[in-house]
Design a protein. Structure first.
Length: 280
């Protein structure tokens, strides 16, 4: 006896016809696949969340490690000669779960420390502390490593962090499995994530303060503009490129409809800008 109603069969047949119509002829590249997925979402074959994940998976297949890594300047290192108390202070302040441990320089990666390995030492006392014995081998990858290949290695080899090096062997950043997954499914937050202060703050009608590390994409979204982000990720990178040198305090530069003034920084980097929007 067939329990399926005529309505159910009709619905399934209609859905099948939609897929056949959408995916014929066969796509020849990822852009065509993305177009078909968006068409499927428009036809209500898949929902918006499924579309986002599928598009994220397609995007990851074209990315390299250098494009999504946490840059060296934002990495939190632990020096091999620190005491247990000093290491615990870093762990508590940063709230990370894994830390690269370095020797004589930040290019001298000696291993990866898992914060949870320190918990028994808190009870047993510092006399039993031997940092070297707690380290796990560091996985090192080139900047050109494909993200889809890296994700497969994360799964198969059961590690969660990779150190990214440049062509000269120097550390240029790091990547975690969470960074890769966020490229696919979007931002992942847990109960320990804290929302810091806004990177763009309005002062008056046309004046703002902007953190120099603000992503150009975030800046564009906030102001509904299209500053180029194909060569640089942050507003700081855009300013440095426009000036042709490392900016100093009070340096000014105009880009499109904005005047940027450096208001904070040091000899190595700029940290804050004052931005005035010019009426077109």
């Amino acid at each position: 006896m067939n329990d399926e109603s005529p309505t159910t069969k009709t619905s399934e047949t209609s859905l099948l016809k939609k897929f056949v119509r959408l995916f014929s002829p066969s796509p020849t590249n990822s852009d065509e696949v993305a177009d078909m997925l968006r068409s499927a979402e428009n036809e209500s074959i898949i929902d918006a969340d499924a579309l986002q994940i599928m598009e994220g998976a397609l995007k990851v297949s074209d990315l390299q490690a250098r494009e999504i890594m946490i840059p060296r300047s934002q990495m939190k290192f632990i020096e091999a000669d620190l005491s247990l108390e000093e290491i615990l202070k870093i762990v508590i302040q940063s709230q990370h779960s894994r830390f690269p441990v370095v020797g004589e320089s930040s290019d001298d990666i000696q291993g990866i420390l898992l914060a949870k390995e320190l918990l028994p030492l808190v009870l047993s006392g510092k006399e039993s502390f031997n940092l070297k014995s707690l380290l796990r081998p560091a996985t090192v990858i080139p900047e050109s490593k494909r993200i889809n290949v890296l994700l497969q290695e994360f799964r198969e080899q059961r590690y969660h962090m990779a150190i990214v090096i440049d062509e000269y062997g120097g550390v240029s950043g790091l990547l975690t499995i969470e960074d890769v997954l966020e490229e696919i499914v979007g931002e992942i937050e847990d109960e320990t994530d804290e929302h810091g202060p806004e990177q763009i703050r309005k002062i008056d009608a046309n004046c703002y303060t902007v953190d120099a590390i603000t992503e150009i994409a975030d800046f564009n979204e906030y102001f509904d503009v299209g500053l180029p982000d194909d060569e640089f990720d942050t507003i700081a990178g855009l300013i440095i490129h426009a000036l042709g040198r490392l900016p100093a305090i009070a340096d000014k530069v105009a880009i499109n409809d904005f005047h940027f003034t450096v208001v904070a920084g040091d000899s190595r980097k700029i940290t804050q800008l004052e931005v005035t929007r010019i009426a077109p």
